[in-house]
Each structure stands twice: as C-alpha cells, then as structure tokens.
Design a protein around this ligand. Structure first.
Ligand code: UDP
Length: 391
C-alpha cells in the first residue's frame, strides 16, 4: 500500500494537516506514540467534568479565519480567562489591572495607579542603573516596579523556569499585559472560549475517516529507505507500507537522534485530585501561586472552565476536580512542554533546521517540530499555511 503522507503525532498540528490533506484527496495515515489522540489538548471526562489532562488550555485568537475554522469542529462557550494570583494570604486579580493595583495600594483611579507605578519604576531603575532591560528582572521592574515584581512575578517565574529572573530573557513577560482599566480578561484577543464537551472531540472530528494508529513510535516502527525514483530522497516504511512524505510533529532533535545533543525543554508534572465532597474548591478556574515557597505554580479547577454549565442544564455537578501544576526540569523520557528559548538552544535548533532542510519531503511542524512556544490558534494557522504551501 502506498500513502502520500505519514503524519507523526495526532495533536493539533498533525490533525489539522491530516484533515486538510485528506479533504484534498491525499492518502494519509496518522500515528501517535501515546494511547490517545489530541496531544496536549486532550481532555477527558472525570466525574462529569471535562479534565484538561495536560494543563489548562484556553482558546483565544484574533485570527477570524482560525476562529471560524475551529468552530466547525466544536461549539465554544463564552469562558473568559480571569486568573487570580495568591501571594501568601493576599489575593490579586490578573492580568495586572486596576483591580490588582487597587487591592495592592488602596488606590481607586488610573492616575493614582500610574503615580505609584511610575515612582516605583523610577526608584528601581535608579537603584539598579537600568537603562535598556537586559533580563526578565530588569524588564519586570521597568514595567511595574518593585511590589508587582516581588509579589506577582518573581516567585512564579523562578519556579516555572527553574532559574533566577536575572538569568531569563525579558521577552517571556511581554506576554503579560498591564492595563489601567478594571478588566480581568487575561487575553487581549478578539475571540475566546472553551469547546463545550472538551477539546478531544475537535481532533476526533478532524481525524474522522483517516487511518489513525495509537501506541506507534516513529523511531521504533518506521524505517527510512532511499527512494528508487528520486535520488537523494528517502521514503518511509512502516508495516510494509510506503509513505512518500512525512509530517513530523515530534521533537526535531529526537528525529535526528540527538546528533548535535539535546535541545532543552521545561517540563511539568500534574497532580490531579477528584474531590467528591467539595462542590467549589477555589471559586475560579485558575489560581496562580506566586510565592516561591509553594511548590506548584497554579491550581486549576476544571469545572469552572465549563462556564455557565450548571445554570444551563439546571442541575449542578456535585464534587470537583482540581489539578496542581508543578514545574520540573526536563530529562529524556519526560514530556517536553516549553522550549527554552536562549542563545544556546537557538543555535542548536538552527543546526537541526539545516539537517531538516536536506529532507524536502519531511515537514517539521508544531511546538516540538519547530521548537517554538505556540498558542493553539497559532498552531492551526501554521498547519493551514503549511498545507497551502505544500500543495
Ligand atoms: N507570570 C508571572 N506571574 C503570573 C503568571 C505569569 O510572573 O502569575 C509570567 C511568568 O514569567 C510566565 C509568563 O508570565 O512564564 C507567561 O505566563 P502565562 O501564564 O501567560 O503562560 P502559560 O504558562 O500559561 O503558557
């Protein structure tokens, strides 16, 4: 049997590619080494609640085409992410906005908030001689001053990345908006929500009618053989079937057997707990723990992602499910979550990219294939563009 594409990884990137290629009459097979589809957006019902098995996934985008596209595979609720940060006994709204500033300094107007922040920023810059921020600490102090940095950024960031804020690049917190309005919406995007019934159905629908095999590992099960028709090019073989092209969404360094050494990742460990006797554990989907001493970075309470559900169906779900998220150093064999974007890894990735360029019929895509921190909408956009570019 000959196939046009072997798609390695049944996550969002692979599944969008599979759906688009299948639609255009290409013969595809999808494999995944996990025992389920949907990659890290996998959700599963536990005690009637959709549990995000690989951490909170909140869909947000300003790309209308992507929003309409994803809407074909699931109906989205009107969840708006409004996390709360807990620092010792103090609770603050995120992202940094008038609610946060008012709680922190007892002020009420944007002008008062600006005055406090400007004074703290000026003091921090003068004390440390900051002109152009060189690292995350300097960036945070230049944006919000000492109080916000100490209470809401430093501990959380150092736990998440496993290193001092002075050793981290400034761009990481450029994701965090500062707002001088009373608005707790974490994202600035035009569209936002959580699919009613979970994320897994999106991928299941994309893969409908496409051969998908779980528990299959590219490294172990697939071999590369020189093409008879195209010198210098390889085709891929699995179980006697031949594939002319591969879309690979695993780790690019693993594809090349770590030839230049491993790229670095940060990993996460999730501790999920069902609490049958508690109906509402923390009153919010996401609570960040910003103190250094608390070993986890956040607790998510999954039922609150299903915004308005109790009211809609008229009968509340009893019990709740929470997940504590512990950041961890990544070692081989663990799940890689966040690429570590520093100069060393950028140079290493460029070396792997050069190897990839020598394989015109292998497309590397997604967070691990492109070694890039991707939000879900960007993954969909990249997959759609990739397919367009290929055909
Ligand atoms: N961050 C922080 N305090 C918080 C939440 C986030 O300092 O309470 C910083 C931290 O450096 C983190 C970055 O903002 O790495 C991005 O966080 P976000 O929650 O947006 O990223 P996620 O992990 O959800 O992708």
């Amino acid at each position: 049997m000959n196939y046009d594409y072997l798609i390695v990884g049944a996550g969002l990137f692979g599944s969008v590619c599979a759906y688009e290629l299948n639609k255009r009459g290409k013969k595809c097979k999808v494999i995944d080494r996990r025992d389920h589809i949907a990659g890290n957006i996998y959700t599963e019902k536990v005690n009637g609640i959709e549990v995000h098995q690989y951490g909170a996934h909140i869909f947000h985008t300003s790309d209308k085409e992507v929003w309409d596209y994803v809407g074909k595979f699931a109906e989205f609720n009107n969840y708006i992410n409004s996390p709360v940060a807990k620092y010792h006994d103090e609770l603050y709204n995120l992202p940094f906005n008038m609610n946060t500033f008012s709680k922190m300094w007892g002020i009420t107007t944007p002008a008062e908030a600006r005055e406090v922040i400007d004074a703290q920023v000026a003091r921090a810059k003068a004390e440390r001689g900051i002109t152009e921020p060189k690292n995350l600490e300097e960036q945070a102090l230049s944006l919000g001053g000492q109080d916000i940095y100490e209470k809401l950024i430093k501990g959380y960031t150092e736990k998440q990345w496993g290193r001092d804020c002075t050793e981290l690049p400034a761009f990481i917190i450029k994701r965090l908006p500062f707002r001088f309005v009373y608005d707790n919406n974490y994202f600035n995007d035009r569209y936002q929500g959580i699919p009613i019934g979970g994320y897994t159905q999106i991928v299941r629908r994309m893969l409908e009618g496409i051969e998908t095999e779980l528990g299959r590992d590219f490294q172990k099960d697939v071999s590369e053989i020189p093409s008879m028709d195209h010198p210098g090019i390889c085709v891929y073989e699995m179980d006697g079937d031949l594939f002319s092209n591969v879309i690979y969404t695993g780790m690019i360094d693993e594809f090349f057997h770590y030839e230049y050494g491993p790229l670095e990742y940060r990993s996460l460990r999730f501790e999920t707990e069902a609490l049958p006797d508690c109906d509402n554990y923390q009153g919010n989907a996401v609570v960040n723990y910003t103190a250094r001493e608390v070993p986890y970075t956040r607790i998510i309470e999954h039922k609150h992602f299903e915004f308005g559900k109790d009211a809609v169906i008229g009968k509340p779900i009893h019990g709740t499910v929470i997940t504590r998220e512990y950041p961890a150093a990544w070692e081989r064999g663990m799940e890689p979550y966040y690429p570590v974007n520093n100069d060393r890894n950028a140079a290493l990735y460029a070396q792997y990219r050069a190897l990839a360029d020598e394989k015109p019929n292998v497309i590397f895509g997604g967070r691990l294939g492109m070694y890039r921190y991707f939000d879900m909408d960007k993954v969909i956009r990249a997959a759609l563009d990739t397919v367009k570019g290929m055909l």
